[in-house]
Write a new protein. Sequence first.
Length: 146
Amino acid sequence: MKQYLASLESFLDLYLVKKAPSLPTGAKEAIVKYSPYIILFFIIISAPVLLFAFGLSSLLAPFAIFAGARYALGFSLSTIFVLATVILEALAIPGLFARKLTAWNYMFYATLLGAVQNLVNFNLGGLVIGTLISLYILFLVKELYK
């Protein structure tokens, strides 16, 4: 798995950094400086939503048969993917402030997990556009993490 992720990372580095247009250094610095605060804000905002979703899913679980198993499974999978993404982003926060490469890796894994979630939910717009923009920005600022 590690080798697959390393080859994916080198492939993305080639196309998103070396062949794609770059941002000015000041813009990269601003992204690296303010992104931990933005991520922290979204984690704080998403915590009550996740708690509500888990509570709602446990409350409505007996009635899920009426909506269909596909709906209940899709809701549960989405909630699990979002929770895993939020956990990875929360693990990355201290390292993002310190500009550590391990934090960048956590954000990379969170982005890949979001892509898998979009694929499972057949959200092709989010898969293509959202994941591509996230990976582009992520790979542009990678050089600033040590």
